[in-house]
Design a protein. Structure first.
Length: 435
């Protein structure tokens, strides 16, 4: 008997009919003889609607009261899904995040999971019930309801799967969503994007950080840390989806598994500033205090003078300008420049560890199309470059085609089928006996 944690997103439980279909899918696992824990998001756009209501009443609403309010969205979902399961003969109990044993650090609006006590879940499972748990929320050690921020339901599901040690018991964490799995690029932007059969945690984390909406980075990190197999599947259609798992040696045979686009970026440059660590510390401490995430940091040195540039989301530019200007005032020198209308194109793949020439191939293809590259950043398994926003979609399609990503999903599927056939043949061969 394996243990499965199944997570259903807001779209998947968007109305009563969809909730019924989710219940039927859960019942399939139960009928197979498995133990099942379910994590559910708020229905549809409920969370946004609750925030709007709060702002109508008080546009300076406290984080604590917002968390109390937002947590109710998931409570509606879990109760309705538990009722739907009971109607079709599956014993089920709805639980808040706190009742399910999720303990957080107590930071309102963006809490982190610090501990999961599985006692209540094990009790419900031992009684033959399906615990239906509120995603996106937990309870601090002081008993305060806190929400986990964007992607919180994914994080809830993987954290519960880790606590229940699903991998050790032959199970996995199934993320049911409104897409068929993880694609080589956003299929809304690249028509021939290919669905991957599997992808490593490391690759999925990079794609998530680059804006892929399928999984939140924190959930992927949980999966990698505790070895939780994560299966991304469509909630309303039966399909194999995409398995997110530990890297295997054959994964490095493929140079690139995905291409990503992050649009609406601005680049902030501080020029002619003193070249000493104290200035950099002042700058990034000020930016961090403003709650701004930066990326693509590049520093250029000219003796005692330096320039630093980095990218941020366009929506953060006004706050960055204030923070950076204060730093320049404090050091008494330097100038601030801001560019808008930029986008980031990236390719990701663990195969870059053992293959050379990926960057050259990518930049040559973009150059041949007349697309200028503003700056480049790399990691062991990622290459990114900044281009003008007007070229963003064209650049994404070019790099996707350059690395043949439209064929990757089919190639993975064929490799899986061949491996299965080889294994079947091997098992059918009679083993020689000793005389």
């Amino acid at each position: 008997m394996a243990t499965f944690v199944q997570k259903f997103g807001g779209t998947s439980v968007g109305d009563v009919e969809r909730i019924g279909r989710c219940a039927a899918r859960i019942k399939q696992r139960v009928d197979e003889g498995h133990r099942v824990v379910v994590v559910v998001s708020a229905m549809g756009h409920t969370t946004d609607e609750l925030i709007s209501l709060a702002k109508e009443i008080n546009d300076q609403a406290s984080r604590r009261e917002l968390d109390m309010l937002m947590a109710t969205g998931e409570q509606v979902s879990v109760a309705l899904l538990a009722l739907a399961l009971q109607r079709i003969g599956v014993p089920a109990t709805s639980l808040t995040g706190g009742q399910a044993g999720i303990v957080t650090d107590g930071v309102y609006g963006r809490a982190r999971v610090t501990k999961v006590s599985r006692d209540r879940l094990e009790q419900e499972l031992d009684e033959g019930k399906v615990p239906v748990v509120c995603g996106f929320q937990g309870l601090s050690k002081d008993g305060e309801i806190t929400t986990l921020g964007r992607g919180g339901s994914d994080t809830t599901a993987v954290a519960l799967a880790a606590a229940l040690q699903v991998a050790e018991h032959g199970g996995q964490c199934e993320i049911f969503t409104d897409v068929d799995g993880v694609y080589t690029a956003d299929p809304r932007l690249v028509a021939n994007a290919s669905k991957l059969q599997r992808i490593s945690y490391e690759e999925m984390l990079e794609l998530a950080l680059l804006g892929a909406q399928v999984m939140h980075p924190r959930a992927v990190l949980f999966g990698e840390r505790y070895g939780v197999p994560i299966h991304v599947r469509h909630s309303q259609r039966p399909n194999e989806g995409t398995l997110i798992c530990r890297e295997t040696p054959d994964m490095e045979d493929v140079m690139v598994v995905g291409a990503a686009l992050k649009n609406d970026l601005g680049r902030v440059s501080l020029r002619r500033i003193p070249n000493n660590p104290g200035v950099q510390g002042l700058l990034f401490e000020a930016v961090a205090k403003a709650g701004i995430l930066v990326d693509d940091i590049v520093q250029t040195e000219f003796g005692e003078i330096a320039s630093i540039s980095f990218t941020v989301d366009h929506s953060e530019l006004a706050d960055v300008k204030i923070a950076a200007s204060k730093v320049l005032d404090r050091v008494g020198t330097g100038e601030l420049a801001i560019e808008i209308g930029l986008a980031k194109i990236s390719v990701v793949g663990t195969g870059m560890k053992s293959h050379v020439g990926v960057a050259g191939k990518m930049f040559t293809a973009l150059g041949n199309a007349g697309i200028s590259i503003h700056n480049i950043t790399t990691s062991e398994i990622k290459i990114s470059c900044i281009v003008g926003k007007e070229h963003a979609h064209q650049a994404l399609s070019i790099v996707h085609e350059t690395f043949g990503l439209e064929r990757l999903g089919a190639a993975q599927l064929a490799a899986t089928a061949n491996a299965a056939i080889s294994g079947s043949i091997a098992s059918d061969v009679e083993q020689p006996t000793k005389a």
